[in-house]
Unconditional design. Sequence first.
Length: 290
Amino acid sequence: VCRTCSSLMLSGTDDEKIKQLCSKPYKEQAQWFLNAFWNKSNLSKEAEQIWKFVQKFNSLDLQNRDLGNALDEMNAHRFLESFQETMTVIEMREALRTSGAIPKDSRPKDFPITHFLLTRYKQDWHSLVNASQGDNMEEVNQCQKLLGEVQAAIPELQKAEGEAKAAAAEQAKQQKIYDDKTNELKKKSDQGTSAVQQNKAKAELAQHLATDPLPLSRAKITAEAAAKKAERALNKAKSKIEELEKQLQDLMMRAGSAAGSLWWIDRALHEAKLYMPTSKGGIGRAKPSE
């Protein structure tokens, strides 16, 4: 469960609070920032861009990935270059020192995304660390929990779909072998060079048609079981998605919601649905609306 979606606020002095915030994983720092400034300076319109920033932080943090909270100096420069940001790491830190977000005599080596967002969007760090994260965190937590269930259900669906496809291919293969044998025996029974050969072929054909050979029987049973398993996995994923979409819709219509966190959950849901088969409710690789 996302710890940002927690009823607990940051504690202590503002200096202590920003340290606590910067120790959170990248996406949680970003959600806190969005919740704080969603309706200020049109930052709600920057949500998709901030999502992309977080994905880049995750990819550059080779050791911790999405559980990381700060990049090292070298990767901080790579991050800024990848987005063609004009301000350097040194300039950003100087701006943070001027505002008091970091001590004037400090020489930090880490680059948390909170520091970047504060300077990139020129927001007040005191307002950030003291910002309300919404008055319905319990319900937001439930959405986050459902998102986790969706994200777990979709790989299960992909695996089940793959198994069903492989089983269906094996059944088709065994069916072809069976059908080819049937056609061969029919041809011999009709075109044999002698009555004895024709009668022998007819007897073989009758025996052949009487029962499915073991490989074909096994393939049919396996394919049927795999198809049912895939259907159950699909129904499970769709049920979780529908439940989450309904809860998100209800929460987004209420005042006091953690708008940034709700947007983030909805965006992550969109990402998850990209990996569902389009014929089964997936949405393909179209870009999300910004």
